[in-house]
Ligand binder design. Structure first.
Ligand code: ZN
Length: 153
């Protein structure tokens, strides 16, 4: 039991370090096309004020897909139960098994966050798995909180 707590404390510490790195920038993968995403072209055309060009939500004209070096990590929603090695994965802290946010950090580590804000490293998943299961990244977030808010968490 002590070892489990210590291990969890270490995972928390690792998460905090990853989170600090995440303050740099996170990119979000939309799991499905999000209907409220504004088209940057039509959005600019209907914008009355010239300031609209610098609204952070707008994709820059020279937008390019972020590479792993550009961001602290990627994140996506995973609403349905997450099956790992043939088993439905449950949060080790509270037991919930759906409504995840999945992080793929720059170092390749996968972190899972449940609705109750528990974070856990998931060594059985990797960047290859993440890339297979995520859509293209469609926006940058300046910090973790902004990314979570955008994902509805
Ligand atoms: Zn939990």
């Amino acid at each position: 039991m002590f070892r489990m707590i210590r291990r969890r404390a270490r995972a928390d510490r690792e998460w905090r370090e990853a989170q600090r790195a995440g303050q740099e920038m996170l990119a979000m993968h939309a799991e499905l096309p999000v209907p409220d995403l504004r088209d940057p072209v039509s959005g600019a055309a209907t914008a009355a004020a010239p300031e609209a060009a610098v609204v952070p939500d707008f994709l820059p004209p020279d937008f390019r897909a972020p590479s792993r070096q550009d961001v602290a990590g990627f994140m996506m929603r995973w609403d349905q139960p997450l099956v790992i090695d043939g088993e439905v994965h449950a949060c080790p802290t509270c037991g919930s098994y759906r409504d995840w946010v999945v992080f793929n950090m720059r170092d390749g580590a996968i972190w899972l966050r449940c609705r109750a804000d528990h974070y856990a490293l998931e060594p059985r998943l990797d960047s290859a798995w993440y890339n297979r299961n995520s859509g293209p990244a469609d926006r940058y977030h300046p910090n973790l909180e902004d990314g979570l808010r955008h994902l509805g968490h």
